[in-house]
Design a protein around this ligand. Structure first.
Ligand SMILES: [Zn+2]
Length: 229
């Protein structure tokens, strides 16, 4: 089981640079990639489940990101974006009629809103042609997928995610929200559940192994046993 955080934009259809939305010196791609990276680092250092990061270098166009997702067999993917067009707050898109996706979208949106102190615009769907999902990363991919509009690039929102500190806070909030829905196991908890075994001998001869087992049982080790490879 593994999941993937994907950076939106970065590479255009013809292979050039796709900045995504731009406002002043801010590029959607440049901010989104750092939030996604912080989210991935937090997820991998906190939970046992593996989280990959896709398109950090802007090396994959949308269709390439979609095929990479479908080839990898992830259980869940989230694509990171910034909103534009004037407004404030955070929102997260999920599959039309996808109850599973809605759970992620609602938790992610609420977590960003709480962490950054911006409006929670909530879990949403967007319908494109023929009543299908508008966003290809949601429509064309096999695992549950969401598209996160972390905050607006063209309003005061952007000041909250334009520093490493803000990007880290936002990324960690997203990672925690995803982990909550997935019931991801904490690394520390997994460590506590480890079983340590003590070996007392290794023999080429079965009778010698048996002799030691008898001895151990005789002196009181009830769950001593022979294992072979
Ligand atoms: Zn975008």
């Amino acid at each position: 089981m593994s999941i993937c955080f994907i950076v939106g934009h970065g590479k255009s259809k013809n292979g050039g640079y796709d900045s995504g939305a731009v406002c002043k010196d801010y590029h959607e791609f440049r901010i989104a990639k750092e939030i996604a990276r912080y989210a991935q680092i937090y997820y991998n250092s906190t939970y046992t489940e593996k989280c990959e990061l896709m398109n950090y270098e802007g090396d994959k166009y949308l269709t390439e990101r979609i095929s990479a997702v479908n080839n990898a067999g992830y259980d869940f993917v989230a694509e990171f974006h910034l909103n534009a067009g004037g407004g404030t707050g955070t929102e997260c898109y999920h599959h039309i009629g996808g109850a599973e996706g809605e759970k992620y979208a609602a938790k992610i949106s609420a977590a960003i809103s709480e962490t950054l102190g911006i409006k929670n615009r909530g879990a949403k769907t967007k319908t494109g042609s023929e009543g299908r999902d508008y966003f290809a990363i949601i429509r064309e991919t096999k695992p549950t997928a969401v598209l996160i509009e972390t905050a607006f690039i063209d309003t005061a929102d952007v000041e909250l995610i334009n520093t490493p500190d803000g990007q880290k806070k936002c990324g960690e909030a997203i990672a925690k929200a995803v982990a909550k829905v997935r019931n991801a196991q904490l690394k520390a908890a997994a460590e506590n559940e480890k079983i340590y075994r003590v070996q007392v001998g290794a023999f080429k001869n079965y009778d010698n192994a048996l002799a030691l087992l008898d001895k151990l049982k005789f002196i009181g080790f009830k769950d001593a046993f022979i294992k072979w490879e």
